[in-house]
Unconditional design. Structure first.
Length: 233
């Protein structure tokens, strides 16, 4: 998608705490990776991340990232910007903000008021991607093509509440999976408690620049029609 802008053979794999032991066993025993380092977390405390394992096999590197709870997708929408709100599963690739990401632009997701460490980490991440040619803004209206957008209605707006299944993201299925499975793959996450999705909104300055909004991310349980609507955990 962006040749030369990302490091090959360097992958982040997210797993819920309940599957941490199994994932380590698969990576080491079945795939031949070696754990070279374990850290409590290299991410800001506001993220739902508990531990990180660095694993290598030749020139290939995997960061196994353990997530609080049983929904490993949640931290993706707590990250520094829309640029990295993407995921790859066994079913295909999902991009939450394709209209921004595919054009090399992004919104900063500052969330809550950050401590000194978090501010520094966020700035370092943004600087890294700016050097790779991406552009970042604090507000959607700062981009000319989004002047006059409907606040809270445009899918890219900080005030818009999004879900994995809202139809605004881009899902590219792998050919091994048929089209009729799409609705059950990129829009939901299988967990120990059942079928979950994720609901989120970005944090930062509002479109008018007057308010500072907290970013919100929830794991949402998908209930059957007989049980009623979805609810946040």
């Amino acid at each position: 998608m962006f040749p030369g802008r990302f490091t090959p053979n360097d992958v982040d794999v997210y797993t819920p705490e309940t599957e941490e032991t199994l994932m380590l066993e698969i990576l080491r025993e079945q795939l031949g990776f070696t754990v070279t380092k374990q850290v409590a977390t290299a991410y800001p405390k506001r993220l739902s991340i508990t531990r990180i394992y660095w694993l290598t096999k030749g020139t290939a590197k995997i960061n196994l990232i353990t997530v609080k709870g049983d929904n490993a997708v949640v931290p993706i929408f707590q990250f520094h910007s829309t640029l990295v709100m993407n995921k790859i599963s066994c079913y295909g690739m999902f991009c939450a903000y394709p209209e921004l990401t595919l054009n090399g632009i992004a919104l900063v997701n500052t969330g809550v008021k950050l401590d000194t460490y978090s501010k520094r980490r966020t700035a370092e991440c943004i600087e890294k991607y700016e050097k790779r040619g991406f552009t970042f803004k604090d507000q959607l209206g700062d981009y000319r093509q989004f002047h006059g957008h409907r606040c809270g209605e445009n899918a890219n707006c900080q005030k818009s509440v999004r879900t994995l299944g809202d139809g605004q993201g881009l899902f590219v299925p792998f050919t091994a999976h048929t089209e009729d499975k799409e609705g059950q793959t990129h829009t939901t996450v299988n967990t120990a408690d059942g079928t979950n999705s994720v609901e989120w909104s970005l944090g930062g300055l509002s479109c008018n620049g007057e308010d500072f909004m907290d970013g919100v991310v929830n794991s949402v349980t998908i209930k059957s029609e007989s049980e009623g609507e979805a609810k946040a955990d």
